[in-house]
Design a protein around this ligand. Structure first.
Ligand SMILES: [Zn+2]
Length: 351
């Protein structure tokens, strides 16, 4: 018996060292058992090999029977356990799934401070999730507007801008980074929104907005944010938005002063052309590059644009339709003036 155990142990150890699977090693030991049993049966009594392996087949037969019994017991146990697991799986499959709301647990936590607000709530947050907003210009005004729209959970955000990030942008265009210099602004902004809220579907358009694509592009979105800085571009956005029937949240900044309003002739508010029918005097129309602009001002005005967009989508409070909000940053004063549609407006007069 000792001899058998030593040989079996050696087989197991060598098999292990050679990386043989457990089943192969058990098979080898099984063969050894058969060989020993054959020695006991075939060799005559008193043969040295037969004596060395116990002298009688009875002990080996008993050992074999015990082993066979243990294997049968294990097989039966496995069958019973397998049946129990199958029954449990079948029960789970037949249990109806928990009804799913419009938000995942992660979204409920992310937007908890919105959902708590009575003026936003679950309905307002769902409207944001289903909204499609296009931001024209990923510069000073577009930067904070895009970040807050993304953080707020606007489902789809389009960005159109032909520029690349340059060093002089970084004093106020906070969506871009020092490492992002030279990168198209739309992709730099897309990366920042994805880092903040990966659930937002960002559509970057790295090109200038032109008359021939504006109305078609606008029709794919519910709301337009105008963060551009030239009257001609604003006038083009205005014409396309009126044609597509889309409201425009418009922001403008110059040096220390900012303005925000919502142009929406279809909603009873004037369009840009009603309020500013002509391009301003070239001396008055200087861009930020020419006059300079205080860094945090586009932050304030761009954030107001995002806030007005969020209110508009969620149906919260009173928006800026028919009112132009003016922020004088140097004096720390705000005022709002009423603005009206003009019946003879060349852009929206016929609506
Ligand atoms: Zn008009």
């Amino acid at each position: 018996m000792l001899f058998f155990l030593i040989v079996a142990g050696a087989l197991w150890g060598i098999g292990h060292l050679m990386g043989a699977p457990k089943q192969a090693r058990l098979y080898m030991i099984g063969l050894l058992y058969v060989a020993v049993l054959a020695v006991q049966i075939v060799l005559p009594m008193g043969h040295p090999l037969r004596e060395a392996t116990g002298g009688s087949p009875a002990l080996w037969l008993l050992l074999g029977a015990a082993l066979a019994l243990a294997l049968v017991y294990r097989w039966v146990l496995r069958r019973v356990r397998g049946r129990a697991l199958a029954l449990e799986a079948a029960r789970e499959a037949s249990t109806p799934a928990r009804p799913q709301g419009p938000f995942s647990d992660e979204e409920l936590e992310r937007y908890a401070r919105h959902i708590t607000l009575p003026d936003i709530g679950g309905g307002g947050q769902l409207a944001l999730k289903n909204a499609r907003v296009l931001v024209v210009g990923a510069g000073g005004l577009g930067s904070p507007a895009l970040l807050y729209l993304g953080a707020a959970g606007v489902g789809q955000i389009g960005i159109i801008d032909a520029d690349q990030v340059s060093l002089s942008n970084l004093q106020r265009q906070v969506i871009h980074t020092d490492q992002g210099q030279g990168m198209p602004k739309v992709f730099s902004a897309q990366n920042a929104i994805a880092a903040l809220n990966p659930r937002v579907d960002v559509r970057p358009y790295h090109r200038a907005l032109t008359e021939d694509i504006a109305a078609t592009l606008f029709a794919d979105f519910d709301l337009i944010l105008d963060g551009t800085d030239s009257y001609d571009t604003r006038a083009m956005i205005n014409r396309a938005a009126v044609e597509a029937g889309r409201p425009v949240v418009a922001g403008a900044i110059s040096a220390w002063e900012g303005q925000v309003t919502i142009y929406d002739p279809a909603g009873g508010a004037p369009c840009l052309s009603c309020v500013f029918p002509q391009a301003p005097d070239p001396d008055m129309a200087a861009t930020c590059a020419e006059t300079g602009v205080i860094g945090a001002l586009p932050g304030v005005v761009g954030s107001m644009m995002a806030l007005e967009a969020i209110k508009d989508i969620a149906g919260a409070g009173t928006g800026l339709r028919g009112r132009l909000l003016i922020y004088d940053a140097l004096r720390a004063e705000t005022r709002s003036i009423k603005v009206k549609r003009r019946a003879d407006c060349p852009v929206c007069g016929s609506i």
